[in-house]
Design a protein around this ligand. Structure first.
Ligand code: TRP
Length: 438
């Protein structure tokens, strides 16, 4: 039962939108394109999609089941389902991952904030790609400016989370996600008619397995976890506010479809433009979209207005994701220590802000934090969540939770096969390969 004092979603649509809001964020628009460009283009995309379907979706369902059946934060959920065991440590790992991910996420979102204000003030006018690159480099070399926007972004995130589930998180998601999608479609039209379209699509979609390697396979798996917000209990937490009458499978299918569509859409927009402006895609790292998109906007009519609108939407996508990261930590503090939402939000948020400062100081540190989180912590967390649901929880509990009160049990056997065998084995093999054990 979802306790009334914890709050809950207004219904299935509210849950799907909020969870999609968590999933869709900088991971789709900032991270997916540069990860693709560094790891063999189409080969990365193929492995990514396989990882989403065979590992991501099954684990997403598992997380929602754990959350909904207990109506608890990740630590409390494991405590309720496996009392006296070591499993709550998985929830703790998730809370720690929340601190790590949000710390650098807020720095990157701060970049988007900077671009938003630069665009609104009409200052986003770099005539050449080197110029756009210089604008980005001067931002990442300016500690004060980055920390300022990081602080603005964290304060916004904290303010929303402190207001509670329905009032803040859900309302924002409902309006802004569809707008972002529409805007990307407009950009798609522009990108596909630009001179580099053919080359860009070839780069994005032609598999070059030679450039992938095991490191690239792990990167694709990590990207799947990161983009779907899996492996650290965010979806356990969101599932904990979901009521029994809704179908978990349908919701998960929708969330995965929307998240993947936005990532692919981002790739279809970015890569044609990369080739149109003569950038080297495999050399461009985390600056990729921040260099390419301003460059594209400058050439469009009403460029300042379009750029302003785009960065505003990107920021809202980042915000609905950041909210879910902070929510994991806050739900833990509220449930386990009885803190008020406001107290938990502000204390955790301020600590996370401070943890983000090193990522503003050094992009190497940012890359390292991103790597530890997405390629180490999330896959390990996801592996343990799959093992828990598939091998530890009694089958009868799992079956009745899968169905809930919705009566929808389609795909149960395929799902169970994936969480029992496919997902844990795939994650374990990929992690061990990377460590060099085979
Ligand atoms: N999925 C979000 C994105 O793509 C980021 C995110 C939000 C996340 N919550 C998460 C990543 C939990 C991992 C775990 O931008």
């Amino acid at each position: 039962m979802s306790g009334d004092s914890r709050g809950s979603w207004s219904g299935q649509v509210g849950f799907v939108l909020a969870a999609a809001g968590s999933a869709i964020g900088l991971g789709n628009i900032w991270r997916f394109p540069f990860a693709t460009s560094q790891n063999g283009g189409g080969a990365f995309v193929l492995v990514y999609i396989a990882a989403v379907v065979l590992v991501g979706m099954p684990i997403l369902i598992s997380e929602v089941l754990i959350g909904r059946s207990t109506a608890r934060n990740p630590v409390g959920a494991f405590r309720a389902l496996a009392p006296g065991s070591a499993w709550p440590v998985v929830g703790m790992l998730g809370v720690v991952a929340g601190f790590v991910i949000l710390s650098y996420y807020a720095v990157v979102a701060g970049w988007a904030f900077h671009y938003l204000f630069a665009a609104a003030a009409g200052r986003l006018t770099a005539p050449t790609t080197e110029g756009a690159q210089r604008v980005f480099d001067s931002l990442t070399g300016d500690l004060g400016r980055q920390v300022f926007w990081e602080a603005v972004f964290m304060a916004t995130t904290i303010a929303v989370v402190a207001r509670g589930i329905e009032a803040g998180i859900e309302r924002a998601s409902k309006i802004l996600m569809p707008l972002l999608f529409a805007f990307l479609l407009v950009l798609l039209g522009y990108a596909l008619t630009s001179p580099g379209a053919g080359e860009g699509l070839a780069f994005f979609l032609t598999p070059r397995f030679g450039d992938l390697g095991w490191a690239g396979v792990l990167a694709a798996l990590g990207q799947a976890f990161f983009s779907l917000s899996l492996g650290m209990g965010a979806m356990i937490t969101y599932g904990s506010y979901l009521e029994q009458e809704h179908s978990v499978v349908k919701a998960a299918g929708l969330i995965v479809a929307m998240d993947t569509a936005i990532a692919i859409l981002a790739g279809l927009v970015i890569f044609p433009l990369v080739f149109t402006y003569g950038l080297d895609p495999s050399a461009a790292g985390p600056g990729l979209v921040f260099v390419i998109l301003p460059e594209a906007f400058i050439r469009m009519p009403a460029s300042s207005m379009l750029a302003t609108l785009f960065f505003a939407l990107l920021l809202f996508a980042a915000l609905t994701s950041a909210i879910s990261l902070l929510e994991v930590v806050v739900a833990y503090l509220v449930d386990q220590f009885g803190w008020t939402r406001a107290r938990a939000s502000w204390s955790a948020g301020i600590v996370i802000f401070a943890l983000g400062v090193p990522s503003a100081v050094s992009s190497g540190f940012l890359g390292w934090a991103d790597w530890i989180a997405s390629e180490v912590m999330l896959p390990i967390g996801g592996f343990l969540i799959a093992v828990f649901v598939a091998w530890v929880l009694p089958l009868s509990t799992v079956r009745s939770q899968y169905e809930g009160a919705s009566g929808v049990r389609g795909g149960f056997r395929a799902w169970r096969f994936c969480v029992r065998f496919v997902a844990p084995v795939a994650v374990a093999v990929i992690l061990l390969q990377k460590v060099g054990l085979f």
